[in-house]
Design a protein around this ligand. Structure first.
Ligand code: BV8
Ligand code: ZN
Length: 246
């Protein structure tokens, strides 16, 4: 663990009043949630990109619902880890703090983050393919195939699939916060999936933000950022907080 880099990062965060944090699957890994592209990223030999699409769902809704049911069953008993909780504390210490997550596991909300922007939706909501009604649904197991209690239509997970556009309002909120960010913290993402993978550059280019990446390993974007610290989010974030509180 590069203590000097962590201390430097903490100094920078302490000196910032507007901070944007982007998290990916890496922040939930220590809670037991499999990441997408790591060795644990497969389910029955399928990759997320093959199942998390509208085409896959229309072709075989049972298979896609089996995958989501498996993930829901896996995630439901899991708890946030010290990395999630450190971000809850960090939010209390920073005047203008925005947390954007690519994760659909809902763990930032469980940890107590006040308003996590779940840009890819959440696995705990479903949406009717017919009437677009949205419901909170935490059934584990979930009935396969689940139907809408209003119109009887087929329900889908209320998440953003590959090839689907993100919610305009959510994107606008994110870009507005990136354009005024003094500092951006990018935690546990492989920076592969767009548009999230462009956010670090947007903050740098438009707001001159100081960008810090926390990840177990280097990513393709590490060279772009002001600080890239390797380590586990569940260890680095609490350490960052300790330095901030010094
Ligand atoms: C869109 C919800 C346009 C579903 C998800 C170029 C080429 C080909 C395709 C594209 C392209 N540009 C854009 C696209 C399309 C596509 C895309 O980006 N494809 C990728 C694969 C190239 N993007 C889209 O389709 C997006 N929509 O572009 O729309 C459009 C516009 C108008 C009209 C129509 C369309 C929508 C993308 C959303 C996909 N949905 N999730 C579900 O989850 O069921 S994405 C999915 O990947 C998850 O949300 C996940 O969070 C996300 C990103 O992955 P990561 O979070 O980074 O996770 P990963 O496993 O990859 O990495 C984990 C990292 O953590 C690693 O770096 C690891 O080192 C680190 N780590 C592990 N453990 C720890 C750790 N770090 C710290 N501590 C640890 N303990
Ligand atoms: Zn309906």
């Amino acid at each position: 663990m590069d203590n000097e880099a962590v201390r430097q990062a903490a100094e920078r965060i302490k000196a910032s009043s507007t901070v944007v944090v982007l998290t990916g699957a890496g922040i939930s890994q220590e809670s037991g949630v499999p990441t997408f592209r790591g060795k644990d990223g497969l389910w029955k030999q399928y990759r997320a990109e093959q199942l998390a699409t509208l085409e896959a769902f229309q072709r075989d809704p049972e298979l896609v619902w089996q995958w989501y049911d498996w993930r829901r069953g896996l995630i439901k008993p899991l708890d946030p880890n010290p990395g999630h909780y450190a971000l809850v504390e960090m939010e209390k210490r920073i005047q203008d703090f925005v947390l954007v997550t690519q994760n659909v596991d809902g763990l930032h909300r469980v940890a107590g983050s006040s308003n996590p922007i779940e840009m890819h939706g959440t696995i705990w909501r479903v949406r009717c393919m017919e009437c677009n009604q949205i419901f909170e649904n935490r059934d584990v197991p979930i009935k396969i195939l689940p139907t809408c209690e209003v119109c009887g239509g087929l329900l889908r997970p209320d998440v953003v699939w590959f090839g689907e556009a993100l919610d305009e309002r959510i994107l606008r909120t994110i870009y507005t916060s990136l354009q005024k960010a003094q500092l951006m913290l990018i935690v546990g993402t492989s920076a592969v999936v767009q548009p999230a993978a462009s956010f670090g550059l947007v903050a740098k280019r438009t707001a001159g933000a100081f960008v810090i990446e926390l990840n177990r390993s280097k990513t393709a974007q590490s060279f772009l950022f002001d600080l890239s610290i390797q380590g586990k989010a569940g260890e680095l974030l609490p350490q960052l907080l300790d330095y901030i509180d010094l």
